[in-house]
Design a protein around this ligand. Structure first.
Ligand SMILES: [Zn+2]
Length: 546
């Protein structure tokens, strides 16, 4: 009997992290994440779980991001009742993130049900999320735990988000341990709340994420980042309007709030009010306050953290809507970070039309999202069914990141060496993990020791090396579909077409549509039945004008 390592997610994609380890005494999982991205990738969530959940003894969780934990409630929905181990802050975050994810699953199913005739069952519901929460087990950093006979594990700070960990695991194979290191997601150096990522050295197998393989960020220190934020805030407020910042509820909101608090305290900026408007971000901010004692940045204690008198952390809908009446001097942070859902939409609707307002992006905007439309220079955007002209100044800051870049990933791996058996590169698209593999080969690591597993591949491991490999074809996904599938292209195309048409006068619009119809007919598409010159109603923007 050997130890077998299965890759059930984040193998050729950056989401759906899930590793399964079979050993002589049983089996366990490391992470159980939701697949996120385009429809082809998301479809993997609905496929049957590729193992029997009831055979799993326990789960080790690296951190609370949904692409690492979002399929946990599905396991409980399928009848699993085992314990899930995690750090205390991760447990604190899950209390809000799993019910939030269940709410999204339920409303997506309801919407899909309305579109078709059949009721659609959600991937999981609130009761499954609550069941998952009942089975949380917490552990401290750098302390060995023994979750089952023959297995011990130790959590190390990964510096990615609050509570995030790399997990070191020892699995007994006969009288010899096989030693593995699961990186989880690794944070950058110079993060506000945490020290640099840590871990032991010397393993049989290292599994490392490769999200930013081959890509270097500008080398921003904490001081430089705050300086860039200071300039953006002061320039925006000098225009006289509000500054709207779309932000992710976990980590980015708290980092910004902390940096803004720091800048106010030092007299560098002078906003009238600072809003964090998101029920989830508000709850998550409470978790950060609770575990403030764990932070490296000790200049503020728990009582002072996020506690400036100008801060308003908003939960109620009425309070959120009341912000729309404020014409200038306020910083408004709200989720979602890519503007495709949540309260940020009504703040954009109120502020995009104002010439003195500014929208500042501080995170990646995926193609097809409202954030991407605004960031790429559209003259108008559709929000809540209405076309909103964009007159505000649009800005972006690229120096906030929760992920290590190429050099930082290389540094993390080098500090964990040697790896006697192999290094598995996961949690990255193929281009990124190949860049990381090439860089590792250039340091003298043999090519056959660097493995890029595909979805559901599994490997028989011994302490001295890989004894066997199998590639079941159960849930193959075409690598080029991971990055973009026709749905992305379609949404991009329709957005560009709509922008093109909106920019034209009524007569020109009709002429262009007729020309396009002729081309479609030439390609064999049926002509539209109402091919008449009906007058087109002008777009409804008047009521939104100031
Ligand atoms: Zn993460």
């Amino acid at each position: 009997m050997t130890v077998t390592l299965h890759f059930h997610g984040a193998a050729g994609t950056v989401t759906g992290s899930c590793y399964r380890v079979e050993h002589p005494g049983g089996q366990f999982l490391v992470d159980c994440g939701l697949f996120q991205g385009n429809r082809s990738v998301r479809a993997l969530n609905l496929k049957p779980t590729p193992f029997d959940p009831k055979a799993i003894d326990f789960l080790l969780l690296t951190h609370a991001h949904i692409d690492h934990v979002g399929l946990l409630p599905k396991l409980y929905a399928e009848g699993w009742r085992g314990p899930a181990w995690m750090t205390e802050p991760t447990s604190g975050l899950l209390e809000y993130m799993l019910p939030d994810s269940a709410g999204i699953q339920e409303s997506e199913a309801e919407r899909a049900g309305r579109r078709g005739d059949e009721p659609v069952k959600p991937l999981y519901g609130m009761a499954d999320a609550e069941e998952a929460l009942r089975h949380r087990q917490t552990c401290a950093y750098e302390q060995w735990i023994e979750p089952a006979p023959g297995v011990r594990a130790r959590y190390w700070n990964a510096g990615h988000i609050i509570g995030s960990a790399s997990i070191e695991v020892e699995v007994m194979d006969g009288d010899k341990p096989v030693r593995l290191m699961f990186s989880g997601d690794i944070g950058p150096d110079e993060k506000v709340f945490y020290g640099n990522p840590e871990g032991a050295a010397g393993f049989d197998y290292i599994l490392c994420e490769s999200t930013y393989g081959g890509r270097e960020r500008d080398d921003y220190t904490l001081l430089q980042r705050r300086e860039a934020l200071r300039v953006e805030i002061n320039t925006a407020l000098a225009r006289g309007g509000n500054l709207v910042i779309p932000t992710f509820a976990v980590e980015r909101s708290q980092e910004l709030l902390h940096d803004i608090g720091f800048l106010i305290k030092s007299g560098a900026i002078n906003p009238q009010l600072v809003f964090l408007d998101s029920p989830l971000a508000s709850k998550v901010t409470g978790v950060y306050r609770k575990y403030a004692r764990m932070f490296e940045d000790v200049e503020l204690g728990a009582d002072e953290l996020f506690n400036d008198p100008r801060f308003r952390i908003i939960e109620s809908v009425a309070d959120s809507q009341a912000i729309n009446a404020i014409r200038g001097g306020a910083i408004i942070m709200s989720a979602s970070g890519m503007c495709d859902a949540g309260r940020i939409k009504h703040h954009l609707r109120a502020n995009l039309i104002r010439r003195d307002a500014t929208v500042l992006f501080v995170g990646y905007q995926a193609p097809g999202t409202l954030g991407h439309v605004i960031l790429t220079g559209a003259k108008q955007a559709r929000i809540h069914g209405r076309l909103v002209p964009i007159r505000a100044t649009i800005r972006a800051l690229g120096n906030y990141s929760a992920h290590a870049d190429h050099s930082e990933l290389m540094a993390w791996i080098k500090a964990r060496l040697p790896a006697h058996g192999a290094i598995f590169l996961t949690h990255g698209e193929d281009e990124e993990r190949m860049a990381l593999r090439d860089a590792l080969m250039a340091t003298g690591i043999a090519a056959d020791q660097l493995v890029l597993p595909q979805l559901d591949d599994y490997f028989e491991l011994t302490a001295i090396g890989i004894a066997g490999k199998a590639q079941p074809a159960t849930r193959r996904i075409d690598p080029h579909q991971v990055h973009t599938d026709w749905h992305n292209e379609f949404s991009d195309f329709t957005i560009r077409l709509s922008q093109q048409l909106q920019a034209l006068g009524d007569e020109e619009k009709l002429a262009m549509m007729q020309a396009l119809q002729q081309q479609l007919s030439a390609l064999g598409a049926p002509s539209s039945p109402g091919h008449r010159r009906t007058p087109i109603t002008p777009v409804e923007t008047q009521s939104l004008d100031e």
